[in-house]
Design a protein around this ligand. Structure first.
Ligand SMILES: Cc1cc2nc3c(=O)[nH]c(=O)nc-3n(C[C@H](O)[C@H](O)[C@H](O)COP(=O)(O)OP(=O)(O)OC[C@H]3O[C@@H](n4cnc5c(N)ncnc54)[C@H](O)[C@@H]3O)c2cc1C
Length: 481
């Protein structure tokens, strides 16, 4: 007889593993099916290993500026790419193991293989049906195997994979996805990055710091197109100062492959075109959800433009089938997947006061140099919505801590509703802003107004004082500028 559970989760990424743990905490009998690696893209090929690489870039940057801090460094600093990659892969493996430990601790069963929903309440786990997109991780110990399993509830958390442009498909040698970009065997001399979203810009930043000649091609009118235009322009200037070449309103129309290089034809909005030759190219034009071959069509689960359609609690149109994380649409971020997981499971368990996920308050962070972080509406979006707004700005150049750190290139921008004082959006660029942004996220969640923020005492000297000064500036009361 098929082994039965209260909940089966398909996919052990940040959405899936958090859903499983929360369900186990709430007393459910839970299993997770995973075909490739515990902890998903985030820990194995996304958030964590990139941050490990970018930490190396930061250390490199600081070392190169040792003289500015009164230090003499004998000899030159050189990247050892094998050691850099080994450190990053070691950190990914540690996170992967950590999820195995958490499953054991919470008595969550792991079923190893590829899951397919056969009908609501039933899944079949079999061998991987097609070549795996992402490289396999280690198979954890004590896993259940292929077979039929039943569950009262099924959560689909199958994530996403790199999207490819027809004719410019990454083959892993000359044209890379994030998988190859994460573990280069050697550093290319030159690199073309197609797409300047978070993934493209983070790799551009890393490779530039390693001494690679980097060119970024972006079809939109700004880098990091979802960010506030002013912040994006600020960041672009810094990237260019560091030597990254950036083409905006330009698209990679064609790529010709040589024996050890590519030549890309770039078409610009003004009608001109240019050929760029580089040793390697990263295709970073976004991801597509893993919705195929999991039985969604047969079960009648609705999808829209490649993503599963859900309500604010992860419910699909089919009773007993839920979806969370990347497979259920943007923003395609690990913390969004984790939050949706908790909301979905608590709703299934019938807990009172479960709030639907509010997508308007999900922060976004890019860990390039300088870092970029934001939450809420951009100035353009606020205006588009017809909001009457007040905007405040504060430069890191006037913040004592930033100057002491030697990190005075940055700014904070805040956007308020003129009538109500509601904080509508906060946008930052500069050192450690990915850590600072959470202050504004909490403020927005608590429906804070400018008054509350002005009455809040920020510690001195900290970069966070720029947040308060930006609020003060929106109301004509800035003190240090
Ligand atoms: C280079 C890069 C950097 C990133 N950096 C950040 C960052 O800094 N911050 C951030 O918030 N986000 C970042 N992301 C995005 C983040 O990784 C994703 O949003 C997150 O992993 C989504 O979680 P998930 O659980 O929905 O899916 P995933 O992490 O993709 O996990 C899905 C899992 O399901 C498994 N699976 C799929 N189909 C089946 C099946 N049929 N049967 C069994 N198992 C299956 C897969 O093997 C996978 O392990 C980054 C992504 C990339 C690529």
């Amino acid at each position: 007889m098929a082994q039965s559970y209260d909940l089966i989760v398909i996919g052990a990424g940040p959405g899936g593993y958090i859903a499983a743990i929360r369900a186990a905490q709430l007393g459910m009998k839970v299993a997770v099916v995973e075909r490739e690696h515990l902890a998903g893209i985030c820990s194995n090929w996304g958030c964590i290993p990139t941050k490990a690489l970018l930490r190396t870039a930061d250390v490199m940057h600081t070392a190169q500026h040792a003289k500015d801090y009164g230090l003499t460094l004998e000899g030159s600093i050189k990247p050892d790419v094998k050691a850099i990659v080994a450190r990053s892969r070691g950190i990914a493996a540690r996170m992967n193991n950590g999820v195995g430990f958490l499953f054991k601790k919470n008595k969550v069963d792991i079923i190893w293989g590829e899951a397919k929903i056969t009908k609501p309440g039933e899944i079949v786990v079999g061998k991987i049906s097609k070549p795996v997109v992402q490289p396999q991780g280690p198979v954890p110990k004590n896993t259940l195997g292929e077979g039929t399993y039943t569950a009262k509830h099924i959560i689909v958390a199958t994530g996403a994979r790199p999207r490819a442009l027809p004719g410019i498909e990454p083959e892993g040698k000359l044209i890379w996805t994030y998988f190859e970009a994460m573990k280069p065997e050697e550093l290319p001399k030159s690199l073309l990055v197609m797409g300047s979203g978070a993934i493209g810009i983070e790799f551009a930043s890393f490779y530039n710091a390693m001494g690679v000649d980097v060119t970024v091609v972006e079809i939109m009118s700004q880098v990091m197109p979802v960010e506030d235009a002013e912040i994006s322009t600020f960041a672009k200037k810094q990237f260019e100062k560091q030597g990254i070449k950036i083409h905006l309103e330009a698209k990679v129309a064609k790529v010709e492959k040589g024996s050890n290089s590519i030549t890309a034809t770039i078409e610009k909005k003004d009608g001109s075109s240019e050929k760029i030759t580089a040793d390697r190219m990263i295709s970073a034009i976004g991801v597509q959800a893993n919705i195929e071959n999991i039985g969604l069509e047969a079960a009648g689960v609705k999808t829209d433009r490649g993503f599963v359609v859900i309500d604010g609690y992860g419910k699909t149109n089919v009773e007993g089938i839920y979806a969370i994380g990347d497979v259920a649409g943007g923003p395609l971020l690990a913390h969004k997947a984790e939050h949706e997981a908790v909301v979905c499971v608590e709703k299934i368990a019938g807990l009172p006061n479960v709030h639907a996920t509010d997508k308007s308050k999900i922060p976004g962070c890019t860990y390039c140099n300088p870092q970029v972080a934001s939450v809420g509406l951009t100035e353009a979006k606020a205006k588009e919505q017809g909001r009457d707004i007040r905007v405040g700005r504060f430069s890191f150049a006037a913040n004592g801590k930033a100057v002491a750190l030697g990190e005075d290139q940055g700014m904070v921008k805040t956007i308020f509703d003129k009538k109500t004082g509601e904080l509508l959006g906060a946008h930052m660029v500069g050192a450690e802003v990915t850590e600072l942004i959470q202050g504004f996220v909490v403020a927005m969640n608590l429906e804070t107004t400018e008054e509350d923020l002005m009455h809040t005492i920020f510690p001195h000297p900290t970069l966070s004082e720029s947040m308060k000064e930006s609020v003060l500036d929106a109301y004509g009361r800035v003190l240090n500028a």
